[in-house]
Design a protein around this ligand. Structure first.
Ligand code: PDD
Length: 280
C-alpha cells in the first residue's frame, strides 16, 4: 500500500512520523474518513468543511488547501487501485521539540497522514441485510465530541464491551439519553417519525447524518431532532445508525430486545437505498 505523509507518497513500511508528535503523545489531532464507491469520493466537501472546523477548535493551522486534500485523495485512490473502500486522513499538531503540555510555537508544521483501506463490495455489506445488535454503554467521553479528535480510546472500549455482550456496536448513554454510537450517529423510527439527537457539543455532527436528514426531508419523512432513552428505542418500530463507513446500517436489537419483527425496517432500508443511489 502507498500512503501519504507530509507531501510524500511512500510504501507503508517506509512512512514514519516523529515519536514526539503530539498526535502520538497526546492524541492532539483530528481525522476524517471518506468512503469511496466505484472510485468516487462520497460527501468530500462536507468532510473537508468539518476537518476545518475541528482544526480551528484546536487552534491547529490547516496546512493544506482543499484542492491539495482532493488531489491527494484522488492520487491515493489511483495508486492503490481502490474501487470501493475508505480514505483515512489525519492532521496532528506535530511537535518540533520535547514533550510539553503547552502547545509548540505557532509555526510548527502539523503532520498530515492519509491512507486507503480497500473494502470490495463496501455498499453490499452483508450486515446491512441482517442488521446490527446494539449494547448500551455509559458515555464517558469528554465534552467536545463535535471535534473529530483521534482520542478514540473510550469508543474502542465501548465497542469491545458491546462485542463481549454478543453485540455489533455500542450506543452511548448520558443522563438517560442516547448520544450516538461508538463511531456513528443513532436514530429510531416510531409511527413514521425519525428521531435523532440534536446537534450540540455532545455528538459528532455526522456528514452522513446531514445527507440522510436532507434525503428524508426530500422524501417527505417526518424528523424530530431530540434525545431518546434506551427504553424508547426498544419500543420503537425500527432503528439505524449512519456513518461514512456504514452508510445507513439497520439496528434490529437493543440490549436484547428485538425491534419490530427483528429484521431491518423499511425506513432504514429505503434511506440506505436512496443514499447509495445518490452517491453512485
Ligand atoms: N466515524 N459519531 C461518531 C462518534 C463517529 O466517530 C462518526 C464517524 C460518526 C458519523 O460521522 P460521519 O457520518 O461523518 O462519518 C458519528 C468514522 C467513520 C470513524 O471513526 O471511522
Amino acid at each position: 500500500r502507498t500512503v501519504y505523509v507530509n507531501g510524500d507518497y511512500l510504501p507503508e513500511d517506509q512512512a514514519t512520523v516523529s515519536v514526539f508528535d503530539r498526535g502520538f503523545l497526546m492524541a492532539d489531532g483530528v481525522y476524517e474518513v471518506v468512503s469511496v464507491l466505484d472510485g468516487k469520493l462520497l460527501d468530500f466537501a462536507g468532510h473537508l468543511a468539518r476537518l476545518q472546523r475541528s482544526l480551528e477548535a484546536l487552534a491547529i493551522a490547516n496546512p493544506l488547501s482543499d484542492e491539495d486534500y482532493l488531489q491527494a485523495h484522488r492520487e491515493l485512490v489511483r495508486l492503490n487501485a481502490i474501487t470501493d473502500g475508505l480514505v483515512y486522513l489525519q492532521v496532528t499538531r506535530g511537535n518540533p521539540g520535547d514533550r510539553d503540555f503547552a502547545y509548540p510555537p505557532e509555526d510548527t508544521r502539523p503532520t498530515v497522514v492519509m491512507f486507503t483501506q480497500s473494502k470490495p463490495g463496501l455498499a453490499d455489506q452483508p450486515a446491512a441485510k441482517t442488521g446490527w445488535k446494539i449494547a448500551s454503554v455509559e458515555d464517558l467521553r469528554w465534552g467536545r465530541r463535535d471535534i473529530k479528535t483521534v482520542q478514540l480510546l473510550y469508543p474502542s472500549m465501548a465497542k469491545m464491551e458491546a462485542k463481549a455482550r454478543g453485540c455489533d456496536d455500542a450506543w452511548l448513554v448520558e443522563d438517560g439519553k442516547v448520544t450516538e454510537g461508538s463511531s456513528n450517529n443513532a436514530y429510531i423510527v416510531k409511527d413514521g417519525v425519525i428521531v435523532t439527537r440534536e446537534l450540540s457539543h455532545d455528538i459528532l455532527h455526522g456528514i452522513t447524518r446531514a445527507a440522510i436528514l436532507r434525503l428524508a426531508r426530500e422524501a417527505q419523512m417526518k424528523i424530530e431532532e431530540r434525545g431518546f432513552t434506551i427504553a424508547e428505542a426498544q419500543a420503537a418500530d425500527e432503528a439505524f445508525v449512519t456513518s461514512a463507513s456504514a452508510f445507513v446500517m439497520p439496528v434490529v436489537q437493543i440490549d436484547g430486545a428485538a425491534l419490530g419483527d427483528g429484521t431491518p425496517g423499511p425506513v432504514a432500508r429505503r434511506l440506505r437505498e436512496i443514499y447509495l443511489e445518490e452517491s453512485r
